[in-house]
Design a protein around this ligand. Structure first.
Ligand SMILES: [Zn+2]
Length: 355
């Protein structure tokens, strides 16, 4: 396989510049992406591993380490060195929270000791066909290839929120032929060894980790990782998305019709997390959050759904909804001014597609 250096640090830097630019242009408070590789203790033998704004999680046991989300090849290479120095046990399992190119790649450095596990939806997203992608990056002309406009249409419509950034397409079109194949997008994404469908329990070194598929939301191949003894949950790009920083109270990016999965299923999947017995939500983005914080994120989606659903029943047009649905109780949330109308439009598109 053709090997290229990971471009993600470059990508994320450019993405953050773009976010800052977009937000400054709209006079919003703009918490910029942070860039610093770090390992942060959560509780017991559980740690967060991240690069500042993207995070994985790992549990250390006497018989090895269970890791979720290697992020990218450059980060996982750094992480392996750290784990070898600090803990004298190998990584035995790598779990993917979902297949997206900014969370799952990089497991190759652990492949000699680890079994890689993901939800069965990841197999479909790695079968060579156009994968489910974040940020309203969809196959607009149905040619099975990622074209520049698939990236640039959402990027131009919502700079710093959806799509990627100008120039991103060139970084995935590795052979420069004007289209990116799904294989080019997933060049550092290692195919899992084991796929599960609903739930799976891992035991290692006397400790237990539970995986389950919460349903479709941001992706169609999502895994939630639950550490019952540590009373901690890991999930990525759901509940707290890439815009979230220190406070979970942040309007979702709401790209396209809410990433193309039914809003009712989003809500049910958030409820599946809420139903767990936990104290700490340590997800792929943002700070550590509480059970109440997770409930707040679910309540926002529920209120958005209810308001738009009622407006549809009352025969309102989308423009009328944007005027009348104020979601006033969320006016103190981050991105309220910038993303309220966009959230209404996303819910409208979602509820007219899925009912
Ligand atoms: Zn994602």
């Amino acid at each position: 396989m053709k090997k290229l250096p990971s471009l993600l640090p470059v990508l994320t830097f450019a993405f953050s510049s773009l976010i800052s630019f977009a937000l400054n242009a709209q006079d919003e408070e703009a918490p910029a992406f942070r860039f610093a590789n770090e390992i942060r203790h959560i509780t017991g033998d559980l740690y967060r591993a991240g690069n500042g704004s993207w995070h994985g999680i790992f549990l250390v046991t006497d018989d090895g380490i269970i890791l979720a989300d290697p992020l990218n090849l450059e980060f996982s290479t750094w992480l392996k060195t750290q784990l070898d120095e600090r803990f004298d046990v190998p990584v035995r399992y790598v779990i993917y929270s979902h297949s997206h190119f900014d969370h799952a790649p990089g497991a190759a450095v652990f492949a000699d000791t680890a079994t890689i596990i993901a939800h069965e939806g990841v197999a479909l997203n790695m079968d060579g066909r156009y994968p489910q992608m974040p940020g309203d990056m969809i196959d607009r002309n149905n040619n099975g290839m990622i074209d520049e406009e698939d990236i640039m249409i959402p990027t131009t419509a919502d700079p710093g929120i959806c799509g990627m950034f100008p120039g991103y397409f060139e970084t995935i079109d590795l052979n420069g032929d004007g289209v990116a194949t799904p294989a080019e997008l997933q060049v550092d994404l290692v195919r899992p060894d084991i796929f599960y469908s609903e739930r799976m329990t891992l035991t290692l070194g006397g400790k237990t980790v539970e995986l389950f598929h919460p349903g479709k939301n941001h992706g169609d191949d999502m895994t939630v990782v639950y550490f019952p003894e540590e009373r901690t949950v890991f999930a990525t790009d759901m509940i707290a998305d890439a815009l979230v920083r220190d406070d979970i109270r942040s309007l979702p990016s709401a790209c396209g019709p809410l990433d193309g999965t039914p809003i009712a299923e989003w809500i049910r999947s958030y409820e599946a997390v809420e139903a767990l017995d936990f104290d700490i939500f340590a997800g792929g983005h943002g700070d550590f959050f509480s059970h109440d914080d997770v409930s707040a994120a679910r309540q926002f989606l529920q209120d958005l759904h209810d308001a738009v659903n009622q407006a549809l029943a009352n025969g309102l047009s989308l423009e009328q909804m944007k005027q009348e649905i104020l979601l006033q109780q969320y006016s103190h949330w981050a991105y309220y001014e910038q993303l309220r109308e966009k959230n209404i439009e996303a819910a409208y598109l979602n509820l007219t597609r899925f009912r």
